[in-house]
Every structure is written in structure tokens, then in C-alpha cells.
Design a protein around this ligand. Sequence first.
Ligand SMILES: C[S@@+](CC[C@H](N)C(=O)[O-])C[C@H]1O[C@@H](n2cnc3c(N)ncnc32)[C@H](O)[C@@H]1O
Length: 211
Amino acid sequence: MKDDITQTNYHPEWQNNRIKFILEKYPKDFFKGKKILELAPFNGYIGSFFQKIGAEVTMAEGRQENIENIKRDYPQIKNISQKNLDTKDWDLGKFDVIINFGLFYHLQNFHKEHLKNCLDNCDLMFFETVVFDSDKPEIHFRRENGKDQSLTSVGGNPSTSWLHNFFDDYGCKYKKYSSSELNGGIHHYDWLDKNTRKLDCAARRFWIIEK
Ligand SMILES: C[S@@+](CC[C@H](N)C(=O)[O-])C[C@H]1O[C@@H](n2cnc3c(N)ncnc32)[C@H](O)[C@@H]1O
């Protein structure tokens, strides 16, 4: 593991801990030859790691400036395109695995369609998002801006039951993780559900979803 992880300036502990968490569940060999789609990679660090251990990685990112940085830093990533993923449409094709990290809560409009598109087009999804601490199935919207934020200036943060209702209706197998091993920098996964109905943008959860 140590030999394969390189350096990133973008939340290094957070990005590395999610990679390590996946590798605790799936051995490196599992990814050899797998077709992986990384959505909204921002700096390309996570997907590039999986390419380095033998996967065939495609990336789709909303901001062209981020794509230019990825092309500069990881020229070995050849399949990368600019896409607004807050859409009903899907033209990215089919994959063994989708890595869907740090994107969902930046969507403003098409949360259900986005998840359906992802699950229709992969066998396995690693999914990670900010979660709104509410007992109700709801999406909490907030204004945001920045080069790693929403494309529109509004992002919608789901509650756990909103997501679980969706997964149940879709009919996939899923497991939620709240492990402290995932924590990195400000990002934390091991918080308690208290129905505070206050948004903490660093309060996240992680799911492994299988079809
Ligand atoms: C917080 S960063 C996450 C980076 C990386 N996936 C991670 O989790 O470490 C959010 C990324 O989502 C991208 N993004 C936000 N809204 C998007 C959209 N509608 N379509 C495509 N990309 C989007 C941003 O440009 C940024 O690269």
C-alpha cells in the first residue's frame, strides 16, 4: 500500500483513508483489469491510484480547469471528459466499478436520476457523501461555491433515510459505513445520528453498493 500511494495536496489524509478503506475490503488484485469510472475526481488522485494498480480508469469531471490539472498531473489518464453529472442523461457507458465520492451533495436537481444512472451502469459502487442529520427522508439544500463545489451554487445534501429509501426502491444491496478509519482532516464519518437537522458539511457516510 505504502509504495502505491503518492502525494496529493488536496486533503491527503481524507483521500488516502478512503483508498485504504476500500483496500481493506477488496484486495488490490480485485481491481486488476476492472473498468472503473471515477466521477468528479477534482484532482484525479483517487482514480489514478486505481489505474496504477491495474484498473482501466475513466474520469468524468464537471470543471474543465480541474480536467486540465488532472491531465498535467496524471498524463497516464487518457479517458477523461467534461460532464455535468447533475442530469437525467448518461452517455458514459458501463463499468465494473464506479467511484462516486464527494459529488452527490453538490447536485441541485437530479439526485434520483443520477443514482439510478450510476447503478444501472455498474456492478459495484463506492459511494460517499455529506449526510444531513435528519430522521426524515429529505434533501437539505444550501448555497455553496468554489472550484471543488457545485456547478450551480446550490447543493442538495441527503439524509440517510432518503438514500436508504432510494436504495430499497431500486433493489440493490448496500452497506453503510461510519468508521473512524475513514476520517481525514475535517471530514468525519463516525458521528452519531441525532436528528439535529443542522448541516455539518464535514459529516459524511460511506456506502458500498452492489447490484
Ligand atoms: C469535493 S470535490 C470531491 C473530489 C473527490 N471526488 C474526492 O472525493 O476526494 C467535488 C468535485 O465535484 C465536482 N462537481 C460538482 N458538481 C458537479 C457536477 N454537477 N458535475 C460534475 N462534477 C461536479 C467538482 O468540480 C469537484 O471536482
